[in-house]
Design a protein around this ligand. Structure first.
Ligand code: SF4
Ligand code: SF4
Length: 373
């Protein structure tokens, strides 16, 4: 099922975070603003409206900080969604995995899909994703949480997966990574080549920034193909952000083209995980398609922005029209492209080359059990 079929309401719970990842894609912007969390009133109104107008009952918690830092808020939102739609509600969390035993016990009994941002063996994880507190190692607490959750899962509908940022550090160690995650009981792994963080200007207008987030994409593709085949023999799913639409046909990349709501901490409605702040969205403003009207207690929408997002597909972009992978790509991630080229219909030629190589080598595949986060 292509990635654009992943329909849900997302809550950007808080800007607070307990890790200090070296590549954090919005760390500088976040440091400048006061810490903020999503008001419960807006989250509830979002659920009411989303459930009234959509079939999906999937709710998801995401950054810009670490969602479990707002544990009580997350509990309230899940409770409210279940009050409204009962057992039809399914839940998903993207987390750094560095949470307390109290939080993990709740996760065990209340969530269905948990993606842990986890970059591989301890040497890599601790270099790329240290704790905020004196840059201590994060791998011990994450390993403990993953093993505990997998050991206690029983018959619950709960999956603990890894979402891996690929850099030059782990690009040549993908098979080793599969073995490491497998040893912790992780059976679903999605890898994402690193991309430049969101700042106040697109990367094309900010010389030198692209080099800060380098990955050898040829090495990534070569090792990814080997690791995917290897993982299969071990009963492990190993996917790539670049293959997230290989299991179906779609003319659009993802839910950003629907769009579906991602409620920001400052009361806006965003279409994309990379547009986290409504008030200061800069060049990512094209994704901010709605706003909470506090006085009238309702969301108001910008129909021109919605139309622009809906119009972005492989038929409307010249470079995609004749691409062999077009129906299994959908024009790639709008967020990355907008951030790097300053245009919704821009292109990342190296990424296109990588997607086409992957498509030629791996081809279309059966439906993924768990779609990319
Ligand atoms: S980051 Fe990319 S894949 Fe994710 S919602 Fe935004 S456009 Fe879609
Ligand atoms: S690989 Fe590139 S050219 Fe082909 S559909 Fe994707 S974004 Fe378009």
């Amino acid at each position: 099922m292509p990635h654009c079929n992943k329909q849900m309401i997302s809550f950007f719970l808080t800007t607070r975070c307990n890790l200090r990842c070296v590549y954090c894609y919005n760390s500088k912007e976040r440091a400048k603003v006061q810490e903020k969390s999503l008001p419960l009133e807006i989250a509830k109104a979002g659920i009411d409206e989303y459930f009234a107008n959509n079939k999906s009952r999937h709710i998801r918690f995401y950054g810009p900080g670490e969602p479990t830092m707002e544990f009580e808020l997350m509990k309230h939102i899940v409770g409210y969604a279940k009050e409204k739609a009962g057992d039809a509600v399914t839940t998903e969390l993207q987390t750094n995995g560095a949470f307390s035993p109290k939080v993990r016990e709740w996760i065990l009994n209340n969530l269905n899909i948990v993606w842990i941002s986890f970059d591989g063996t301890p040497d890599i994880q601790n270099t790329q994703r240290p704790m905020g507190d004196h840059l201590a190692d994060s791998s011990p607490i994450i390993e403990e949480n993953v093993i505990w959750l997998n050991e206690h899962r029983g018959a619950r509908n709960l999956m603990i997966g890894a979402r891996v940022t690929m850099t030059d550090l782990n690009v040549n160690r993908q098979i080793e990574m599969v073995d490491y995650f497998n040893s912790l009981g992780i059976k679903y792994i999605w890898t994402d080549p690193i991309f430049p963080e969101v700042r106040q200007r697109p990367v094309c207008d900010d010389s030198g920034r692209a080099e800060m987030f380098h990955i050898d994409l040829d090495a990534y593709v070569k090792n990814f193909i080997e690791a995917t085949r290897y993982a299969k023999t071990k009963g492990v799913f190993y996917g790539s952000f670049l293959t997230c639409n290989f299991d179906g046909e779609a003319k659009t990349n993802c839910r950003a083209c629907t769009p579906v709501p991602h409620l920001t901490t400052d009361g806006y409605v965003s279409a994309c995980d990379m547009a986290l702040d409504g008030e200061d969205a800069y060049h990512m403003n094209c994704f901010i398609y709605g706003k909470w009207d506090a006085e009238n207690k309702k969301f108001v929408y910008d129909t021109d922005k919605i139309k622009a997002l809906q119009n972005r597909n492989v038929d409307t972009m010249e470079h995609c029209r004749h691409c062999i992978a077009k129906l299994h790509c959908g024009g790639h991630c709008l967020g990355e492209i907008q951030n790097e080229t300053g245009r919704l219909d821009g292109q990342k030629p190296d990424t296109c080359k990588a997607i086409r190589t992957l498509y030629k080598e791996l081809g279309a595949c059966e439906t993924y059990d768990y779609m990319h986060p």
